[in-house]
Design a protein around this ligand. Structure first.
Ligand SMILES: Nc1ncnc2c1ncn2[C@@H]1O[C@H](COP(=O)(O)OP(=O)(O)OP(=O)(O)O)[C@@H](O)[C@H]1O
Length: 947
């Protein structure tokens, strides 16, 4: 016998009305009984599918009177109403979708002395209307209000993932009926959200709280990195079949899906829904797309096909599934990165509501991550100008998203990451996630992603345009959970004047489409003008040919950008660079020998940079055009583009040229004056100005107004007066020019290294000993300032070759400036706290002397000179053979290319090779490297080859 009358009543109703044999959990039982007692306000937090509804529905039918249930979406309300109708529970709703007749019938019942209605479902907006307020008053005055129930109560919190400002108004309603027990329910409540719910809904203390862990042991969570999967659709298909327990021998046509279950694939965009569904169909899995862009009729057919087991897989935007109570969802896939941890938990939680083993998979790309982050930020920017409350919500959106990113990018137990987010203690996952099942594999996969290993280097890989949702950021994110405020408005109709959701979205979509098309055609017509009539727009993506010079040629990461268009853009860049190169070096036959490849290498780099940083083809084209114009402007003003300025001269300049020293510089000056005489580029002998064009490199005048320094110090270079000046004021000694230098891929940062005046041989050593990251640090410390660059020069000059600095005619101002900058440079270097080549600027004496020794020709032994010359020669060959691979993008980074060059050159110099020329050995070494590796991803790989 049950001594507790509420317990007895609850058990009876559960069986007779709700037709359950027992309570699902002790928590469900206790919560239901506590609500039934009606003495306190109650907060219930249970995972999705745990049976929260029973906790208020059962007490509502047990008590006299009417319970008001606030629910955020009409779709959710309709689902609950249908469910209760089936159970013959008197339920009604008031919303703008009712006909006047229906509305009248509902109100008539509620105004009667003994309403039949037990549960009245309304949206928070409806709750704020005068009609409802009046109704609440009359029910209250007649003591007919049983409960005020707030479902999805996290919507009240600005820290919740679905903050709905109208939920805040419920506090006022609560104030009106303080004695009516209030029940708040949610599946996703962080501690912060719980506090907000209790205070905003003005729950009476002490509040009875029922909170179970968010852990769902029957759900297996895993993350797959789209970029390293050869064929994501195949991966998806195999996953779906495994989750649905379809074995290889089964004929899919004969499968009973009601028995096997079904799955949902959430996509961020409508096009992706369509594409995913059609890809699965083409792979033999019955699937349909569902999104707001489809007509109402189509949507409802798709939904019933899925609900009734005719089609097992639905590819939908996240609005699908809210309120869909389907027990046998065996898998939920997030094809795109979800917007928040809470949303992810809620959506993935639609799997396994029957408690059976089910699977939740998230396909992740860094690109998609950045897109979502951008969208959230954009939302934040919009929100900032609005209400204050929105700011907090924005913060929480970003935080929730960051937690999701952290869950993925810091491989860990997925269940624990979710639990942590909701303030729960880590659950006993027991191999219910990929990480706990095989942490090493997960970590390795993530490492691969970090190293930039891309399955899409395989041209056969076809993701389709929407596999990785394009960062099509102009489109409002209507399809993220609930569509935010906008989506809510569309669905609910805050007033009694609902617009049809589908129509409104279609309208909006049409407008966006129109705008997009307009922009697209504008840019394309610009392109046409520039290139004549040849069509480059061809939207159909075709794989690159074997000889395609583009880097990442097979990548389709930029939507609607074809290989053909990219090649055209590359050509534009190359032409511009060529003209710039020719203009600057036309008098120098040595340099002109490089005209066929140096501008091309720069063009490849620039094109790839535009490709890497653009998310839309229009933005990519705009970036290319900007660059082309920048180069042209420089050419027009007879300035060399910085990309064409050699940086690591020491490595790339032929030794003979380096050894020419002073004479070479004079030749260079001569070359310049010849150039001035040419029609093509009449150098105006510009002074050291910063030019409006960012890529500028300007010939530097010395104090006498002449372009090149004349009296070079005994090591062959005047660091200040000889050279060209970059746009940021850094000086590049002409001596170090080499046609192959930019091929090496050094960036502006590296210029500071070139600035250090050293004799040729030690310079080689200097380069090979340096860590390129240090070069970056030097750059970071001295961006775009004469002063800082000077300090590098000075420190190197003074310490390494005291004579040189002093032997040059310098005015006193410059001397003072340089002195100051030595100090500042020392400060910077000390801060960076590293050693090696940067010790030219270090106060540490021991380091300094080491560097001085290695750089000072007077102190170096003949043997050192000899080995350095050998190293230089080796480096020349190594670079020659490595360069084509670098251009093909077979190094994950520029730095790795440099360090590989270094390692190989040292190896060659060390000897121990079969007899043959240095050149042949270099060639063999490079060949061996790429025989083993398609792409070099780490120094370790290189070292392994070298043995
Ligand atoms: N005691 C029970 N025994 C068996 N089935 C139950 C029991 N309680 C609830 N259910 C069923 O569990 C399913 C999920 O219940 P319910 O919709 O209340 O979950 P929920 O916690 O509200 O989830 P969500 O947050 O996703 O809405 C329903 O099909 C419901 O009928």
């Amino acid at each position: 016998m049950n001594a507790n009358p509420e317990a007895k009543q609850a058990e009876e109703l559960m069986k007779s009305v709700f037709q359950h044999d027992s309570f699902r959990s002790e928590l469900q039982k206790q919560a239901t009984e506590t609500v039934l007692k009606g003495q306190v306000d109650v907060f219930i937090s249970m995972p999705t599918g745990a049976g929260k509804s029973l906790c208020y529905q059962l007490p509502s039918i047990a008590r006299d009177g009417v319970s008001i249930v606030i629910s955020p979406l009409i779709a959710l309300i309709q689902d609950q109403v249908e469910h209760l109708d089936i159970l013959h529970i008197p339920v009604e709703t008031l919303n703008s979708k009712l006909t006047p007749k229906e509305r009248q019938r509902v109100l008539q019942d509620l105004n009667s002395s003994k309403p039949r209605t037990k549960l009245l479902y309304i949206t928070p907006e409806q709750a704020a209307t005068p009609t409802f307020q009046a109704l609440a008053d009359t029910l209250q005055s007649r003591h007919l209000l049983s409960y005020l129930i707030v479902d999805e109560a996290h919507c009240v919190s600005q820290w919740g993932h679905d903050f709905r400002p109208d939920y805040l108004k419920l506090g006022r309603l609560r104030k009106k009926i303080p004695m009516v027990p209030c029940i708040a329910l949610t599946a996703t409540a962080t501690p912060h959200v719980v506090d907000d719910i209790i205070s905003s809904l003005k729950l009476r203390h002490p509040v009875a709280k029922f909170k179970s862990s968010c852990f769902r042991p029957n759900l297996f969570y895993d993350v797959k990195f789209m970029d390293i999967i050869e064929d994501p659709y195949l991966n998806l298909k195999e996953f779906a079949l495994r989750a649905l327990h379809v074995t290889a021998g089964e004929n899919i046509k004969d499968v009973d899906w009601n028995e096997k279950g079904c799955g949902i694939i959430y996509c961020r965009k409508r096009e992706a829904c369509t594409e995913v569904a059609s890809r699965l169909v083409s792979k033999g899995i019955p699937a349909k797309a569902y999104h707001a862009g489809l007509g109402l009729g189509v949507r409802s057919n798709v939904q019933s096909d899925w609900m009734e087991g005719r089609v097992p897989v639905i590819a939908a935007t996240v609005s699908f599934g809210m309120g869909v109570d389907k027990a046998n969802v065996r898998f939920v896939v997030h094809w795109n990165v979800p917007k928040s941890m809470a949303g992810y938990y809620q959506e993935s939680g639609r799997a396994g509501r029957d408690g059976q083993q089910s699977y939740c998979r998230l396909y992740y790309t860094k690109q998609e991550r950045d897109t979502i982050a951008f969208l959230i930020k954009k939302d934040c920017m919009r929100g900032r100008s609005k209400k204050n409350g929105k700011i907090e919500h924005n913060k929480s959106s970003m935080e929730s998203f960051e937690r999701l990113v952290k869950m993925v990018e810091e491989p860990q137990c997925r269940h624990s990451a979710i639990a942590k987010y909701f303030g729960d203690s880590p659950p006993n996952c027991d191999r219910s996630c990929d990480y706990c099942r095989n942490p090493i594999a997960v970590e390795q996969e993530w490492e691969q992603v970090q190293r930039g290993i891309c399955a899409n280097s395989n041209p056969k890989r076809h993701l389709g345009r929407t596999a990785i949702a394009a960062a099509d950021n102009d489109e409002p994110d209507m399809e993220l959970y609930g569509g935010g405020k906008k989506g809510a408005k569309l669905e609910w109709g805050t007033t009694d004047n609902d617009d049809d959701e589908g129509k409104a979205r279609e309208r909006e979509e049409r407008e966006l489409d129109r705008e997009k098309k307009h922009r697209h055609s504008m840019i394309m017509s610009e392109f046409k003008k520039r290139r004549g009539s040849k069509d480059i727009t061809g939207d159909i993506w075709e794989p690159p040919s074997d000889s395609c010079p583009l880097r990442d040629a097979a990548s389709q990461r930029v939507a609607r950008l074809t290989v053909k268009t990219r090649e055209h853009c590359l050509q534009l860049l190359e032409d511009a660079f060529k003209a710039n190169f020719r203009c600057h070096h036309c008098g120098d036959l040595d340099k002109m020998a490089a005209i066929d490849y140096e501008p091309r290498a720069c063009a490849i780099d620039e094109e790839h940079a535009a490709f890497k940083t653009s998310k839309q083809s229009t933005l990519y084209k705009a970036a290319v055009m900007r660059k082309v114009n920048e180069i042209k402007n420089l050419t027009n003003s007879h300035r060399l583009h910085s990309a064409l300025v050699p940086k690591f001269a020491s490595l790339l300049t032929p030794a003979s040229q380096l050894l020419k020293g002073n004479r070479q510089c004079q030749d260079e000056c001569q070359g310049q004056s010849e150039c001035q005489g040419q029609d093509e580029c009449q150098s105006s002998g510009e002074t050291n100005h910063q030019g409006e064009n960012s890529g500028a490199v300007t010939p530097v005048e010395d104090s006498s107004g002449q372009e090149c320094g004349r009296g070079l110090p005994n090591m062959g270079v005047s660091p200040v007066s000889d050279g060209v000046k970059t746009e940021n004021g850094s000086t590049v000694p002409r001596l170090f020019y080499s046609s192959t230098l930019t091929d090496y891929g050094a960036d502006k940062a590296d210029i500071s290294l070139v600035l250090l005046p050293r004799p040729p041989a030690p310079k080689i050593k200097y380069f090979f000993e340096c860590d390129t990251s240090d070069a970056d640090k030097v750059k970071d410390q001295s961006p775009g300032s004469d002063t800082k660059q000077d300090s590098v020069i000075t420190s190197g000059t003074k310490r390494t070759f005291p004579d040189s600095g002093d032997s040059q005619p310098e005015n006193s101002t410059k001397r003072r400036k340089l002195g100051e900058n030595v100090a500042s440079q020392e400060k910077l270097t000390t801060k960076a706290g590293d050693s090696g080549h940067r010790s030219t600027a270090q106060p540490d004496n021991s380091n300094r002397s080491r560097v001085v020794n290695s750089h000072d020709p007077r102190l170096n032994s003949g043997a050192t000179k000899h080995t350095d010359a050998e190293l230089k020669q080796a480096a020349d060959f190594v670079i020659r053979y490595l360069m084509p691979h670098y251009k093909e993008g077979r190094f994950v980074s520029k730095d790795l290319f440099k360090s590989t060059a270094r390692l190989l050159s040292h190896k060659l110099r060390a000897g121990g090779f079969p007899p043959g020329s240095l050149k042949q050995n270099a060639k063999n070494l490079v060949k061996k490297l790429f025989h083993v590796h398609k792409k070099v991803t780490s120094e370790t790989e290189v070292k392994a080859i070298l043995g």
